[in-house]
Unconditional design. Structure first.
Length: 345
């Protein structure tokens, strides 16, 4: 059964599942879910905890032995199996499938790791475990969901919830929930009455937002130029190579051109053909509503110029030019702000 982190809750006397599957690329939510499982299990007599990590030296016999051996000091135990890739391999799949069919009330197994896709969820071992498990996917929070999460965190910490303060924390900590949690804890220490003003929060918090190139692309497709500029600033400060962003922009330009060309030919969009999942189709629909073939021609010209210039190492500040390029996806007119790379012969 799938349950998202914001709906996952356990009381001290809540019936525990034999298995928990906690996967995703958002560390704060994963940590909170794992801690809640450990705390509840401890209250119910699961006093021993073993941690196993599936790496190149891992033996699946160790999991079999751990699940079948009881401690002299405890009748119940938790086994935490870290599966970084979500793919246990042929031997691991057989072991996990077998263990899933031999539920032991005195053994609780928590399998956790990075983000997994449908390919993993459709495997035999995952389906076997999931029959007696809760699957908790931990994905990065955005938009209103992130805003609500911050308000809940403030309330849990004893702070008065404020939409304005929550939005400020969104701006400063987006993509980094761990930092957001730490900032709230810091505010509670600084202002024990739980009611800091917006000005006090502005002075106390530090910009710790984290983004990836993929986040940048989604923001560009949705048409948020201001947020895109902020993301570029963060990517530059984190040392992301300009070539990586150029590659991503070129790829999106190619996809958008193909989609727009099909539309002009009177064809309906075949999302599967372009490998665009349902969760991202809205971004592309938004971009197609704003961009024309003429706009895409301008983007192509600037991409070509930038690619040539960066290969010749004649760009003193590549992120300034990348900012201009990104704004063409909004689209903003840059006719009065030429990208002059002073190319030499």
């Amino acid at each position: 059964m799938q349950v998202y982190p914001n709906r996952f809750s356990l009381q001290d006397d809540s019936p525990l599942k034999p298995f928990y599957l906690v996967f995703g690329d958002e560390p704060q939510q994963k940590l909170e879910c794992l801690e809640l499982i450990r705390k509840t299990a401890s209250k119910q007599g699961f006093d021993e905890r073993q941690s196993l990590v599936v790496d190149n030296q891992f033996s699946w016999d160790s999991l079999i032995e751990a699940s079948q051996t009881m401690s002299l000091f405890s009748n119940k135990q938790i086994i935490e199996l870290e599966l970084p890739t979500g793919k246990p391999g042929a031997e691991g799949s057989k072991v996990l499938t077998a263990i899933a069919q031999q539920v032991n009330a005195d053994v609780l197994i928590v399998i956790h790791g990075g983000k997994i896709g449908k390919d993993v969820q459709n495997t035999k071992w995952f389906k076997a475990v999931d029959k007696n498990a809760i699957y908790i996917p931990c994905y990065p929070l955005e938009g209103n969901i992130l805003h609500q999460w911050l308000i809940q965190q403030m309330q849990h910490a004893g702070m008065q919830s404020s939409p304005q303060i929550a939005q400020l924390l969104v701006d400063y900590c987006e993509g980094n929930l761990l930092a957001a949690k730490q900032e709230i804890q810091k505010l509670v220490l600084l202002y024990p009455n739980g009611n800091p003003t917006l000005e006090q929060v502005e002075q106390a918090v530090v910009d710790q937002s984290r983004f990836t190139v993929f986040h940048l692309i989604d923001v560009l497709l949705s048409g948020d130029g201001q947020k895109a500029v902020k993301m570029l600033y963060r990517l530059e400060s984190e040392g992301v190579e300009p070539n990586i962003i150029l590659w991503a922009l070129t790829r999106e330009w190619q996809t958008l051109e193909a989609l727009l060309f099909d539309r002009h030919q009177g064809k309906s969009i075949n999302w599967n053909q372009h490998r665009i999942w349902k969760s991202r189709q809205g971004f592309y629909q938004s971009a197609l509503a704003r961009l024309s073939l003429e706009s895409l021609q301008k983007i192509q010209t600037k991409l070509t110029e930038f690619d040539t210039a960066i290969k010749q190492s004649v760009i003193p500040r590549p992120y300034v030019e990348l900012c201009h390029l990104c704004l063409l996806f909004i689209p903003y007119s840059l006719d009065n702000i030429p990208l002059d790379y002073a190319l030499s012969d």
